[in-house]
Design a protein around this ligand. Sequence first.
Ligand code: UD1
Ligand code: CA
Length: 455
Amino acid sequence: MNTNKLYGVILAAGQGTRMKSALPKVLHKICGKELLSCVLECMNSAAKFEKLTVVVGNGADKVTEHINNYKNTDYVFQKERLGSAHALLQSESKLKNNDGNLIVMCGDTPLVKPETIKNLLKYHTKNKNDATVLSGCVENPFGYGRIVRTSDGTFTEIVEEKSASEEQKKINEINSGIYCFNLKTLWKALKKVDNNNSKKEYYLTDVISILNKDGYKTGAVDIADEEEILGVNDRSQLAEAEMILRFRKIDELFESGVTITDPSTTYIDADVVIGQDTIIKPNTHIEGRTKIGRNCIIGPDTTIINSKISDDVSIIYSCVENSEINKNVKIGPYSHIRPESILKENVKVGNFSEVKKSVVGIGSKVNHLSYIGDAQVGKNVNIGAGTITCNYDGKNKFKTIINDDVFVGSNVNLVAPVNIGKKVLIAAGSTITDDVQPNQLTIARARQITKIRKK
Ligand code: UD1
Ligand code: CA
């Protein structure tokens, strides 16, 4: 019986030896996204899977923890890394009672597009294949399995680099490591794979010649572009994959109406969202789950990490982390907005100022050389140049509250905990240690004495 049910397995147990890393290979990131996430998200946008199963092994704890973020995704453990066929066989316990098709992907091919998986599945079903390999023609096939065909084009087998003859090494149609199998015929063939090769590994690729010999129908279809099937095995391929994804992201942003003045120095993570008519200037890094609204001007030389930026915001030569920046705020040049800060509408944080874990109310200004930490600043407050919230006594952090319409003169120290009432005026150079009631003028500094100068 043939059903339309679809399952997916991702092979991700490999050592990733060539990465030379303590981190499992599939958890390395490109444009802020783990390789494994790229693959899982590609599969989920390509089709509706009954279930996805990840084969884990190397660094299993970390990998399974990551998998927990995904619905409908479980894992099987491959105790020993005996090769990709052995890896796939581990998923039999989860899948053997099921009919339908199985898409197999490797956890280290992060650039495959959902459309390509859809087309692979279409081709596989249309041709009533038992196994279909997604292949691709590449300029440099070194290291990949080669697709071997007879002179009339019939696909006979896949030969791995190390087992390939000089003639076969010249073949530039390669195995992407992505397959579609008929679940019913897979397991028996998989068990026939042996490890008679130089690496003493059970190669999944051998399943093709086995199926062919047993009279089943296999096919290889070259529908992916070379970039998509890049496998990440070492740091240089990781950088290559990142570069490709980075420019894909930039193209996507161009299409949605974002201006990026210098793509070659702009780094925008895969999950970043940017609104129409925003301009991104050179040397700018926008990372993590950052969301930026419309009509903003970001950069040059700016880094924004996991932050929510509203419309009409301008940020120049600055760094913003884990913060919320509301409409029409202006930041920089040279400001640092540290985690858990909220800048309300029309706020200005200017030259060389730092804000940490603070709320700055509508229309308030922190324009010059200030440090605002653990503070709650009301509306229309003016923070004079050089103002410091002294929030830390070496052991604990304390809070500074500055209410609406306060005017803080230049070079004021606010020794927390301290509460400044509405409309207070603090004289320049004051060190404030006590709360101030609303509408007062407060001065806390030594009087100036001027004497005749001794000769
Ligand atoms: C594999 C293919 C090769 C193809 C290339 C595409 C085999 C034998 N070769 O080669 O034809 O051109 O991918 O990128 O499959 N894995 C396990 N357990 C193991 C061994 C591997 O889970 O015991 C996983 C790895 O984590 C990886 C995938 O299988 O995701 C492929 O293994 P890898 O060692 O990267 O194979 P390649 O040499 O790249
Ligand atoms: Ca690989």
